[in-house]
Design a protein around this ligand. Structure first.
Ligand code: F3S
Length: 438
């Protein structure tokens, strides 16, 4: 069978044409067809090769399983074909062509009962995970693949989902990805191709807005607030920051980028003198002139804090959620240290979300045990927003993540407070929100 010809403006290599013509099998043909449609819609003229794809390939829930009328025997091929590749014809999914990993899911296989998941949800998650693993996909099950072993090199073309991971990939690592979707990443895993568009191209990686930081930015909470402010002001453009910040560590980058990607749609930023593509102000902007100069001072910081706390009125906290994006080992150490010898209020639950990789280390270091002994739970693979899971009866949450403060009240219809990790642990122990801006 001959595949449909791409538009005249899309140039294909011989290898890409072979996939499109079906010479590399049906699944790769369907994947290439989808990518050609995608490239044409974007106006891309070619593909780039990628050997680093992060998505949720073929994963299914009971809803998808039932919607497609699947059986346990045919579910993975059926759902990958119909849902991921948008193909009416059901094809056999071969082993992935390139390095591929699975991002976060909806169910923790160990803590699923704490999350209130149903046995059929666990079954669907485990069946699809097993099938994906058999195709060569690394099951990282986290929104922080860069902490769990997937660290692309500078300049490397990737195809990643998950906005907080995308902004880290581009800005901190200097690798290149747009915010992809399930369909494009599943197709990229089979073909090793993604449209040469957006942040894959040099010209689109320069800054647009100049953010002058006129207040010291040090703590994790500070970086989260700054990210939240910046995202709300620049939307989907590329901010270039100068001013009174030091060199952030991995955790501060993680919270800054996640916040900027949630209040806005920031996929890349530059910290002048710090991030790899911004050795100087001039190099960060390249040929662009700043479209706007925006100041972040004491007043902007205070207003951002108030905005992040606008969804809290009742100071009686019944849920504390930490680990958005998934907690790094240093955060697990901090949480365990703050809980050592303490007991969480009988009126409050504490859930800490992390990746399987970090939990394994936390287990071996006794950190998980310390958190559990205090009455908390350490959970993996998901979070309260993605898994839509809260302790029963939750009304008021305390959060140390600006991203989670943006989403959780909206998704779950609860109140929330935002503050430092220490404020949140204090709320878990006392059942009361005492946080304030210092
Ligand atoms: Fe991760 Fe959930 Fe936050 S998947 S980035 S912890 S919203």
């Amino acid at each position: 069978m001959t595949a449909r010809a791409p538009s005249a403006s899309l140039i294909l290599t011989d290898a890409e044409r072979a996939m499109l013509d079906g010479r590399e099998g049906k699944a790769r043909q369907k994947a290439m067809l989808l990518l050609v449609r995608y490239a044409e819609a974007l106006g891309a003229e070619r593909f780039v090769e990628t050997n680093n794809v992060a998505g949720v390939p073929g994963t299914y829930t009971p809803f998808l399983f039932n919607y497609y009328g699947a059986t346990r025997e045919n579910a993975y091929d059926l759902i990958y074909s119909r849902f991921d590749l948008d193909s009416d014809e059901v094809v056999t999914v071969p082993n992935m062509t390139v390095h591929s990993c699975h991002l976060q899911g909806g169910v923790d296989p160990e803590g699923w009962q704490i999350l209130g998941a149903k046995p059929e949800a666990l079954q669907a998650s485990q069946d699809s995970e097993q099938a994906a693993s058999a195709k060569g996909i690394e099951i990282l099950k986290t929104c922080t693949p860069y902490i769990a072993g997937n660290v692309p090199a500078r300049g490397e073309h990737c195809a990643w989902m998950e906005s907080s991971a995308v902004v880290y990939c581009n800005s901190v690592l200097g690798a290149r990805t747009n915010t992809e979707g399930r369909e494009s990443t599943s197709a990229a895993m089979l073909t090793g191709r993604i449209p040469d568009w957006g942040l894959h191209r040099d010209a689109n990686r320069f800054g647009s807005h100049h953010i002058e930081v006129d207040v010291p930015v040090e703590s994790l909470m500070d970086w989260g607030m700054l990210g939240y402010f910046v995202g709300a002001r620049v939307g989907e453009r590329i901010p270039v920051l100068t001013g009174r910040y030091g060199t952030p560590d991995l955790i501060r980058y993680k919270h800054f980028g996640a916040a900027a990607a949630s209040s806005g749609g920031v996929e890349m930023y530059h910290l002048v003198g710090v991030t790899p593509e911004a050795p100087s102000f001039e190099s960060a902007f390249g040929p662009n002139r700043p479209v706007e100069r925006i100041r972040y001072g004491l007043e902007e910081r205070r207003r951002t804090y108030e905005e992040l706390n606008a969804r809290g009125t009742d100071r009686n906290v019944d849920y504390v959620m930490l680990g958005c994006p998934h907690a790094a080992l240093e955060q697990m150490e901090e949480i365990a240290g703050l809980l050592e010898g303490k007991r969480i209020s009988a009126n409050c639950n504490l859930w800490v979300f992390t990746s399987r990789a970090i939990k394994a280390v936390a287990d071996s270091r006794g950190l998980t045990r310390t958190i559990r002994n205090a009455g908390g739970a350490v959970l993996t693979d998901t979070c309260s927003a993605i898994g839509q899971a809260l302790p029963p009866g939750t009304r008021v949450a305390a959060l140390d993540s600006a991203k989670q403060a943006h989403y959780l009240p909206a998704i779950m219809g609860i109140q929330s407070w935002f503050g430092s990790t220490r404020d949140c642990i204090d709320a878990a122990i006392t059942g009361h929100w005492n946080g304030e801006l210092t």
